[in-house]
Each structure stands twice: as C-alpha cells, then as structure tokens.
Design a protein around this ligand. Structure first.
Ligand code: TYM
Length: 332
C-alpha cells in the first residue's frame, strides 16, 4: 500500500458525464486500482465557476459518484469523494493562488474558451480555477493524473506551481505527471468533429451522454457528420468525422484503426455508423443500468461519499498542516 504510486482525478458535475469523459478518463480508471492507490472525486467546487441550478447540481453529483462505482471503481479499494467534503481543497487553493501568476492563468485554454462562452459571467473563480485543481492534485502527493488531452495544460501548470513552491520552501509537494490514454484522449463532437465533445453542448445531438437512452445514442451516430467520400479510413486532417468514429469504435472494441479499416473495407459509412452506435450502446448499457440501481440506494451512496471524505481528509489535512507550517502560520 505504502509503495504504490498515487493516482488522482476528478470530474465536474456541471452536466451528465459524456461519452468523451467516459472514453478519455473514466473507462481507464477502474483498471488502475490494482496497481495504484487511487482517489477520484466529484468536483462540485469547480462546477460553480459557471452558474448551476442547485437541485440539478445535487442530482448530478450523486449521479457522477454512482457512475464511478458503476464503471467498476470499487469504493473499498479506491477513495471516492465529493470535493467540498474535504475543506483542505479550498484552503490549499487559497495558498496556491498566491503562488500562481496572473499571466499563467491568462494563458489557460479552458479559461479563454469558457470566458468567451460565458461573457456575462467571467468571475474570479473561473480565472483561478487551475489553482484549485492544483490543490486537488498536490494535497495527496499524486504521481499520476489520468485525464483527457484537454486537461494536460492544467496538470502542467500544477507542476509549475509545485516547483515554484518547493523552490522557496523545500521538498513539500510531489511533482505530478499527466497520464493520457493513447486512444480516446480527445473525442470530438459528432456534429462538429473539429470541436471537443462537451457536456455544455448537448442540444444538437453532437454530444452523447453516458445516461442517454439506446435509441437516442443510435440516432446521434446515424446522424453523425462525415465527409463526402465513402471510404472508412483514418485521416484526422481531411476526414475528422469518420476519424472520430473510428477512434470511438476502437475504444469500444479494442480493435486497432487498421483492423477497423479492413473490417469495413468496401462497406461505406451507411454500414459503419450504426455499428459504432451499437458498440457504444452496448458499452454504456451496463453502466447506465448500474448507475440507476445505485442511485435508488440513498443509504449506500451516503456511505460511499462519507467514507471517501474521511479517508481523503486524513492525507489532505496532513499536507495542509505541513504547508501552513512552512508558510509561517501559527498552529492553534
Ligand atoms: P471535466 O469534468 O471537463 O472532464 C472530466 C474528464 O474527462 C475528460 N474529457 C474528455 N476526454 C476525451 N474527450 C473528450 N471530449 C473529453 N471531455 C472531457 C477530461 O479531460 C477529464 O479528464 N478540470 C477538470 C476536473 C478536475 C480535475 C482535478 C481533473 C478538477 N480537479 C484534478 C484531474 C485532477 C475538468 O473540468 O474535467
């Protein structure tokens, strides 16, 4: 236990988890617990950087937590928790805010992207969001952060903040590394395949949610935007739509791109698209059903997040005490 490397990651409950977050992150998490000590959290505090409806946020947090378990992440083997249940995250985030530069935060792609989409609510939390994410990671002596490609920049900033802090105060933080899957790290929108699939854009069928019904998933895949050719061939630049579908099919079936190209040689998109839809439906079906079953058991869900928060708090508070001491804060 002591010598295992530490893994930590999180998902925002700002909407239902997408096929993108499943293939880019969640799907890989369950298999890591035998080799690593893993912590996974629902980051409710990150979610409020954009406006949320409280009742909906409450529901989505539990749904996300249930999905962790439904994806095969055993709550006895792993630490599953809700971010706001461990106040050390907010406490360390403040400290790290004082070690994060305005210029660094200004360069974050997610900030630029989200602030252009929410021009009426570019709040300070949205700007300093990466310092909270750095706190999440650094509190636990994390070695590896399994995320999709879009989060790489935040993990790199976390490293810079940690190195800066250690440069002043000695060896306080472990320097983490991003852990990004080879296939599935960037699943694209089915309607606009040059754009990342994202829960903020679910309306036009371009985004598939883990909890979507099979018929809706099939419809989204049959309608997926492709090009005017017919050949099922991976070519990210010229055929982004079909390349995205090949990537999704590869994640679902474990087949290589070449095997997929051979399987569908001469068959055309009309045959390929429903096959991808079917593969996704079958992959997500047990997760959706198990999530629904778990959500009905409120006492069990409560036990999972309470136990998780207790386990996480122990390490988090230890790190926070060390940081406060280094800074010169007086212990009470
Ligand atoms: P979030 O909630 O946007 O996404 C959760 C995870 O899913 C991955 N992901 C994708 N992967 C592939 N293709 C996609 N289209 C796609 N969309 C999302 C994301 O890369 C992520 O791994 N800031 C984080 C949450 C967070 C966090 C952390 C992560 C907060 N604290 C500490 C790691 C460690 C976020 O907004 O993820």
């Amino acid at each position: 236990m002591e010598n295992k490397k530490i893994i930590l990651s999180g998902i925002q409950p700002s909407g239902s988890a997408t096929l993108g977050s499943y293939l880019g992150a969640l799907k890989n998490w369950a298999s890591l617990s035998s080799e690593f000590e893993c912590l996974y959290m629902v980051v409710d505090m990150h979610a409020i950087t954009t406006r949320q409806v409280p009742a909906e946020l409450r529901k989505l947090q539990l749904e996300q937590l249930a999905q962790f378990v439904a994806c095969g992440i055993d709550p006895d083997e792993n630490t599953l928790f809700i971010q706001s249940h461990v106040p050390a995250h907010a406490q360390l985030a403040w400290v790290l805010n004082c070690f994060t530069m305005f210029g660094e935060l200004s360069r974050m792609t997610q900030f630029k992207d989200k602030s252009s989409k929410n021009a009426e609510n570019i709040n300070a939390g949205l700007f300093t969001y990466p310092a909270l994410q750095a706190a999440d990671i650094l509190l636990y002596g994390t070695d590896l952060v399994p995320v999709g490609a879009d989060q790489k920049q935040h993990v790199e900033l976390t490293r810079d903040i940690a190195v800066r802090f250690n440069g002043v105060f000695g060896d306080v933080f472990k320097i983490p590394e991003p852990y990004i899957p080879k296939v599935g790290a960037k699943i694209m929108d089915l309607q606009t395949p040059t754009k990342k699939m994202s829960k903020s854009e679910v309306a036009d069928g371009g985004c598939v949610l883990i909890m979507d019904k099979p018929e809706d998933i099939m419809r989204s895949f049959k309608r997926a935007k492709t090009d005017s050719e017919t050949e099922v061939r991976f070519d990210q630049e010229n055929k982004p739509g079909i390349s995205n579908l090949i990537q999704i099919y590869s994640c679902c079936t474990g087949k290589s791109f070449e095997e997929i190209e051979n399987e569908f040689a001469g068959k055309g998109y009309g045959e390929f698209k429903p096959c991808v839809g079917e593969a996704v439906v079958e992959l997500l079906r047990p997760i959706r059903e198990e999530t629904e079953r778990l959500l009905a058991d409120k006492a069990y869900m409560q036990e999972v997040y309470r136990k998780g928060a207790e386990k996480a708090s122990y390490t988090a508070n230890k790190t926070l005490r060390k940081v406060y001491k280094k800074l010169g804060f007086i212990e009470k």
